[in-house]
Write a protein that binds this ligand. Structure first.
Ligand SMILES: [Zn+2]
Length: 350
């Protein structure tokens, strides 16, 4: 390990018990002394503010564990080091990952390996900037980012192929800044032709997250999509959103953002009507079903027909658009400049 390697602490899980698997597993206390050793599998449990090792010994509140060659922590494979902290009967498992390895791993979950190298490089810079930004204003002193969609999905280093490592390596240390501050480099799969204003989605305008024309994502498999929601499913969604569904259940878009995305949805039935944020409706219906809010809803026999464009919130970098631009010859800096206008790409000072 070279000096100056920056690490990022990724919260993997938070549960009363955590299972570690590895050929050999070693754990050290905060004093740096070897506290326990095992082979194969150990179950760690939080007992108040202490950690119970494999149902027997009670250790301190913090352990650093490593496996040879590496560890499996729950469903995550290829974890080099993990810190375990007992807190009020819960164990926090926090992977300690070199930043560039983390960037490659997140990228491998976010983008297909067949993406153009310049598109992967642009996305690597976005992933890194997001992580460094999150680490700069942590929500909890124990970790920098959460390894789920709450931040960026991290499932370990297993299966992270060379194309993703190269994209991280080529852009090593580069981040996006706006007037000197780290930018909020959000991204999504496919915008469907036009990205969205941050203000329309999160209620706060961000100068470099304004709607942009994107003519480059038309070859995305979800550029256009359709979803048929059955009557039964529609009733479940209505119920979950507080409208008791009757025979006359109605679901309609009642407001749109300037880019044409739904902003409000009304659910009505038997005199009960509720208008809600379209994003809340999409969450209840399922993000993989109602893929974006750039959609139309029509009542058809047997349920509802949703037709839409793109996948995701639509703010910031459009991944398929980045790939389209790269295939037209654009470099990663040009791609970032289009989706985060007015920003600069600079090497991060360690
Ligand atoms: Zn696009």
């Amino acid at each position: 390990m070279t000096t100056g390697t920056r690490f990022i602490r990724v919260l993997l899980t938070r549960a009363p018990e955590v299972v570690l698997e590895g050929k050999t597993i070693r754990a050290w206390g905060v004093d740096g002394r070897l506290a326990a050793e095992a082979a194969g599998r150990v179950t760690l449990a939080a007992v108040g503010e202490r950690i119970r090792w494999n149902g027997s010994r009670l250790l301190g509140d913090t352990l650093d564990a490593a496996g040879a060659p590496d560890l499996r922590v729950g469903s995550r494979e290829g974890i080099g080091r993990v810190r375990l902290l007992a807190r009020k009967g819960e164990l926090l498992a926090v992977a300690v990952v070199p930043l560039e390895a983390y960037v490659a791993a997140v990228l491998s979950r976010e983008a297909p390996p067949r993406f153009h190298p310049e598109a992967l490089a642009a996305l690597a810079v976005a992933v890194r900037t997001y992580a460094v930004g999150a680490a700069a204003k942590t929500r909890d002193p124990a970790y920098d980012v959460v390894g789920t969609v709450e931040d960026q999905v991290f499932t370990g280093m297993d299966g992270v192929t060379a194309v993703f490592r190269e994209a991280a390596d080529r852009t090593r240390g580069l981040v996006v800044r706006y007037r000197g501050e780290l930018a909020r480099t959000v991204y999504h799969s496919t915008c469907g032709g036009r990205t969205e204003d941050a203000g329309s989605v999160w209620g706060k305008d961000i100068p470099y997250l304004r709607a942009q024309f994107c003519g480059d994502c038309a070859d995305s498999p979800v550029y256009r999509w359709e979803y048929r929601m059955s009557e039964t499913e529609g009733r479940h969604v209505a119920k979950a959103l507080g409208v008791p569904p009757g025979k006359d259940l109605g679901i309609a878009v009642t407001g749109r953002t300037p880019t044409g995305r739904a902003s409000r949805v009304r659910i009505s039935s038997s005199g009960v009507s509720r208008e809600l944020q379209a994003a809340e409706f999409r969450k209840a219906a399922g993000y993989a079903k109602v893929r974006s809010l750039k959609m139309e809803i029509s009542h058809v026999a047997g349920g509802w027909r949703f037709t839409g464009e793109g996948w995701g919130h639509g703010v910031g970098l459009c991944q398929y658009g980045a790939n389209g631009m790269a295939r037209r010859g654009a470099g990663f800096c040009e791609i970032l400049a289009r989706y985060y206008p007015g920003t600069e790409i600079i090497g991060e000072t360690p």
